[in-house]
Design a protein. Sequence first.
Length: 425
Amino acid sequence: MNRLLYTFLFYLALPFILGRLWWRGLKAPAYRERWLERLGLFKPKNKMGKQPLWIHAVSVGEVLAIVPLVKLIQARYPDIPIVMTTMTPTGAERVKVNFADTVTHYYCPYDLPCALKRFIKKLNPRACVIVETELWPNLVNSCAHSGIPLLVANARLSERSARGYMRFSTLARQMLEQINMIAVQNEIDGQRFLDLGLPSRSMSVTGSIKFDVKAPEGSERLAYALRQMWGESRKVLIGASTHEGEESELIAVYQQLLSDYPDLLLVVVPRHPERFDRVAELIKQAGLKLARRSLGQQPESRTQVYLGDTMGELMKLLAAADIAFVGGSLVERGGHNPLEPAVLKKPVIMGPHYFNFQLICDSLQQAGGLTVVSDADGLAGELRRLLDDTERLSSQGQGGYQFVMQNQGALEKLYALTDEYCLKD
């Protein structure tokens, strides 16, 4: 498939894409807000003295991953405006929480030449940074056609994604040849990009800036305060970034454990806010005593499940837990970042589906900071082992922490490339 055919098919699909956007707005009304921005129709929110740097981060995970780089750019180039685009309202909300008014947010236009042309003409960016693997042929081509340098930061390419791109090898090769630089997380991902047609001169291995994650300021104090409210002697299991199908498994495992660990507190933090109420219903249907953080409720001695149904507080809740299960891994979503609990010295458990973080998870497992289980029964067994052996619980948490510390440093390498391709006049 070439780009012209791809564009034609995208135009044909546009009514269905807009219909899906409207349908998603039934559960999450924010999807219906500012939807014209997705067609490149918007009024610039403020006048910028200099050409802005455009950073595209598709959703929450990518926004959180790029925060350290953006903060570093703001500190070293305070006069360069930054515009960040996302595809999801939850990503937009993370931009606002992390940067307030210091970064301007728009929704990224759909991958249509007319929408992108309007967007680029109004924004007039000095360069574009795409976070991880959000690669769209017309976006890349529009940047190249307009002379806008394009850097892909913290890039990863799973084996599954590489196979998907290979099905459209001509289109993928044309796109990759137009990218100025791809900063990949590791050699394996880099080779996959090269196999798809990326010129070797356009690739640099920088490592993953996800390793440069830091414990929240005052995390020990915050954890202590939460544990005082929850019950200092209670063991706390957190299910972080869970998806549909995982909460029910987690609840069933928790109910199995209650007979032997009656004081165990389960904290559940669903990945998507539109599912908060549904997860609350699941917990109630299971007959468990629930407290919801969004309602200002704090667990008391009889509370069994605490629902973390707020945004931006996952690290706080992780800091107060004893054991972390990282979601998106018992179901085939590819998993989420295990380094966030690891840097907080928490032993991490994941299911078998972690292909989005394959190398990180494999390495963390080898370092002793992660246990991979095949199913809910395996999860129950591993939880019992950790709950029965506090020394093992502590050593696994320490092993994960040391692994994170040993692999930090990618941020400065990525900044150097961003400076070279995107920031210098």
